[in-house]
Design a protein around this ligand. Structure first.
Ligand code: GLN
Length: 534
């Protein structure tokens, strides 16, 4: 089948959940047996989101091929089990960088290089590249930002041209907001009409409208929107706030969004999507009554999306273990030996979060000392794992000044350090170990048991490593290095086998946990936490 293209744009305000709608659509098409891929365009000038502070954009997600991506790619993977890549997230910065590099090489043969056609062509190529060789039946492209933003214009122009070139194989789904004015007790469609008008002004007529709303929108109002916006009546659907984002595919299917897309792209189909496994997950989610209480110790705890993938991985694992995940965010900066007992007792398990920089690390050590001494199931991820190593060195091995070289470059006990070959490279981002690496697990360990196998692949995002020099001392005192990279022998997993569940991973298992395939380590951690509760 010739590849079909779906563009998802947004209007009125940001944060309406274009990523969730795009992911839900992908889920529905996959459930009908189509092959799908999904990508996001971000209109900002950063070449990738890797250098963005979580305060700006929430969590930085990492793809298997080592691209630091927008967190929407996490939604894509969790909803669809599709493995995203560098090609799934393109920013204005990256587009400009490629065009400017070509200009410097002289590839444009002296021509004036312009937004139209050079930038827009580069954007179009990023879309068509995914559809090449007809590997996918559908390419879903989410355009970040809001219609009307100056910086979104080149992307919208590229969409306009593509619609022209691709004809009936292309649809535009526009997501808008219908606010409820409490004082007047009324829903208002005017912002939607304006936002569609703005889209029309740049030459794009949306085929489908998805109206985000807090309150059910009456039939008549949907019809009115259809009439005002030149959209067929059945193609105006609503997306009412749902208790879980994972309900959205079902809500969309109830209004036949998948059928509408298939019809509008001239795609033959029959029957219904197979959502059996998805529905099973939702039933478990609804039926779960008992709570499992997990503390997440990190420095961005006041930020909704800073630990998105960890939150979701915990939720999935708790659900499959018949529990509700109750995540208590504990600020690492506020934690110290004096209040740790008060803040962590009553927790069934503790996660120590990834991160960069000194801020909050001492609090993480206090938390970990307490967890180790109280034998509470504990999971350290990346900086969390490195903190486990530092805490153990200080309090068990008696190396008072032990630290990561990231926090104290001069410590004689650099139990976490840069590898020799990294020390000469200083260019920002250049020294990071990013993306998927092999890891071999020792048999008979908690991690090997959790995975049910000994050779795994997991995603990384860090600069510093466990310092091999100290390995024997750690092992002799009870902290075992149970997972390592088969080629470089870098330590990837530590575990204290004498405790109930005390595991640190240098990699990020949370990135690969999905709704239909919860991550085995999170499953094992949650089981230990539930056991601990008893
Ligand atoms: N800051 C640490 C490093 O660079 C850990 C990074 C992380 O937790 N993602 O190695």
């Amino acid at each position: 089948m010739e590849t079909r293209y779906i563009f998802v744009t947004g209007g009125v305000v940001s944060s309406l959940g274009k990523g969730i709608i795009s992911s839900s659509l992908a889920r529905l098409l996959l459930a009908r047996g189509f092959s799908v891929t999904i990508q996001k365009f971000d209109p900002y000038i950063n070449v990738d989101p890797g250098t963005l502070n979580p305060y700006e954009h929430g969590e930085c997600y990492v793809t298997e091929d080592g691209y630091e991506a927008d967190l929407d790619l996490g939604h894509y993977e969790r909803f669809t089990d599709i493995r995203t890549s560098r090609a799934s997230n393109v920013t204005t910065g990256r587009i400009y960088q490629s065009v400017i590099n070509k200009e410097r090489r002289g590839d444009y043969l002296g021509k004036t290089v312009q937004v139209v056609p050079h930038i827009t062509d580069a954007i179009k190529n990023a879309v068509k590249h995914l559809g090449a060789s007809e590997k996918y039946d559908f390419v879903i492209t989410e355009i970040g930002g809001t219609v009307g933003d100056i910086e979104s214009l080149p992307f919208l122009e590229a969409v306009r041209q593509l619609r022209w070139e691709l004809g009936g194989r292309c649809v535009c789904v526009h997501l808008t907001y219908v606010p409820y004015i409490r004082a007047a007790k009324e829903l208002k469609t005017k912002p939607t009409q304006h936002s569609v008008k703005q889209l029309q002004q740049v030459g794009i007529q949306p085929d489908v409208l998805v109206l985000r709303t807090e309150m059910e929108i009456p039939e008549g109002m949907l019809r009115k929107v259809a009439q005002f916006c030149n959209v067929s009546e059945n193609a105006v659907v609503q997306s009412v706030d749902a208790p879980s984002i994972y309900e959205v595919p079902l809500l969309m299917h109830d209004q036949k969004l998948d059928n509408i897309i298939l019809e509008k792209t001239g795609t033959p189909y029959s029957g219904e999507p197979d959502l059996t496994a998805w529905n099973q997950y939702l039933s478990l989610l609804h039926e779960a009554k008992d709570e499992v209480k997990i503390a997440l110790v990190g420095k961005y705890v006041e930020l909704q999306d800073a630990y998105k993938s960890i939150d979701e991985a915990l939720l999935q694992a708790a659900t499959y273990n018949g529990h509700k995940a109750h995540i208590c965010y504990v600020s690492a900066e506020r934690l110290h030996d004096g209040n740790v007992d008060e803040l962590l007792s009553g927790m069934d398990g503790v996660i120590v979060a990834p991160g960069f920089g000194q801020r909050g690390t001492e609090g993480k050590y206090s938390a970990l000392k307490w967890c180790r001494e109280h034998d509470v199931p504990t999971f350290g991820i990346c900086l969390g794992m490195q903190s486990m190593v530092v805490e153990f060195a200080r309090n068990v091995l008696g190396m008072d000044a032990a630290n990561s070289a990231e926090m104290d470059p001069d410590t004689p006990y650099n139990v976490i350090d840069l590898m020799e070959e990294q020390k000469t490279i200083t260019y920002m981002g250049g020294t990071m170990r990013l993306g998927s690496y092999d890891c071999h697990l020792q048999s008979g360990t908690k991690v090997a048991e959790a995975y049910g196998c000994s050779d795994i692949k997991e995603r990384h995002r860090h600069r510093y490593e466990f310092n091999e020099k100290f390995r024997a001392q750690f092992e002799a005192a009870g902290m075992k290095c149970v997972g390592e990279n088969p080629e470089t022998h870098l330590v990837e997993v530590v575990e204290i086998p004498s405790l109930k569940w005390y595991v640190g991973t240098q990699y990020h298992p949370e990135y690969s946990s999905t709704v239909l395939h919860p991550h085995p380590l999170f499953m094992s951690f949650i089981r230990a936490a539930i056991e601990n509760k008893k």
